[in-house]
Design a protein around this ligand. Structure first.
Ligand SMILES: [Zn+2]
Length: 253
C-alpha cells in the first residue's frame, strides 16, 4: 500500500518511512558494474589496436562465454557501445567495430602531405586533447579509471620504444572514450594516424619516455579527482613537453 510508505505529512512533502519498506537497505552499491567493465574492456582493445575497425565480434552467446559474463550484462554493454558509435549491429551481419566517422576521414584524405607537418599535428592535439581530458575528468566511469590505471602502471619503469608508444596511444584513446563523445574518439583516432610517423620521436630516449609517463600520471590524477580544469591544464603541459621532445629528436628540425 503506497500510503503506508508515507508518514502522512500534511504539508504536501513526501517523507519516506524507510523502516516500513523491507529490503530497501539491502542495496549494495558496486563501484563498477559488469556492463561498464565490459565497455571499458572493449574500448581498451580498440584503443590498443587489438580490435580494428571492421572487425566482426563473435555472436552474443559466444562472446558472453569468452568474457565470462551474463548475456544480460553483455547486452547492456553492447547497447552502450552502440549508443557511443563504437560498434554497430547490422541485421544478418552481426556486430562490427566501427571506423572513424566518414566525414572526418574525408577531411584526412583531402590533406596534402605538406599539411601534415609536426606543427599542424601539435596544434590539432592542443586544440582537442585538453578538452578531452577535461570531459574525461567529468565523465569517466570507475571502469575507465581502472583501465587507465592499468595502462599507466607498466610505464612507471622504462619500457622498450614500441611498447612505450603503444601505451601512450592507448592512454590518450582511453581518455577520448572516457569523454563519452564519439566525435572526439573519431577525431583523435585520425590525429593518431597523422602522428603515427612522428610519435616515436618523443619516445626515443629514456628521458622522453620518463617525461611522457610523468605527464600521463598528472593527467590521470586530475581525471581521477574529477577535476576538469586541472586535467585540461595537465594535458596542455604534457603536449607542450611532447612538442619539445619531438622537435628535438625529429631529423628535419
Ligand atoms: Zn602522451
Amino acid at each position: 500500500m503506497r500510503d503506508s510508505l508515507r508518514n502522512g505529512s500534511s504539508d504536501g512533502q513526501t517523507n519516506w518511512d524507510v523502516g516500513r519498506v523491507s529490503g530497501l537497505d539491502a542495496f549494495v552499491r558496486r563501484s563498477v558494474s559488469v556492463s561498464e567493465e565490459i565497455v571499458a574492456h572493449i574500448e581498451t582493445l580498440i584503443s590498443s589496436g587489438s580490435l580494428t575497425p571492421g572487425t566482426k565480434l563473435p555472436p552474443e552467446r559466444e562472446l558472453a562465454a569468452v568474457l565470462n559474463v551474463s548475456r544480460v550484462s553483455l547486452r547492456e554493454a553492447m547497447h552502450e557501445l552502440e549508443k557511443k558509435h563504437v560498434i554497430e549491429r547490422r541485421p544478418g551481419r552481426g556486430t562490427v567495430v566501427l571506423d572513424a566517422p566518414e566525414h572526418a576521414r574525408a577531411f584526412y584524405d583531402g590533406l596534402s602531405e605538406s599539411e601534415r607537418t609536426l606543427r599542424d599535428v601539435a596544434e590539432l592535439r592542443e586544440t582537442i586533447e585538453p578538452k578531452i581530458a577535461q570531459l574525461a575528468a567529468e565523465r569517466a566511469t570507475a571502469a575507465t579509471l581502472h583501465a587507465l590505471a592499468s595502462v599507466l602502471a607498466p610505464s612507471a619503469t622504462d619500457m622498450p620504444v614500441d611498447e612505450s608508444i603503444e601505451a601512450d596511444i592507448t592512454f590518450h584513446m582511453l581518455l577520448a572514450h572516457a569523454s563519452q563523445n564519439p566525435l572526439m574518439v573519431g577525431l583523435l583516432t585520425l590525429a593518431n594516424q597523422w602522428t603515427a610517423s612522428v610519435r616515436e620521436f618523443s619516445h626515443k630516449t629514456a628521458n622522453g619516455r620518463r617525461d611522457s609517463h610523468r605527464g600521463h600520471q598528472l593527467i590521470f590524477d586530475a581525471v581521477r579527482a574529477g577535476d576538469g580544469p586541472a586535467a585540461n591544464a595537465a594535458m596542455l603541459a604534457h603536449l607542450a613537453d611532447v612538442a619539445v621532445l619531438t622537435r628535438d629528436a625529429y631529423p628535419t628540425f
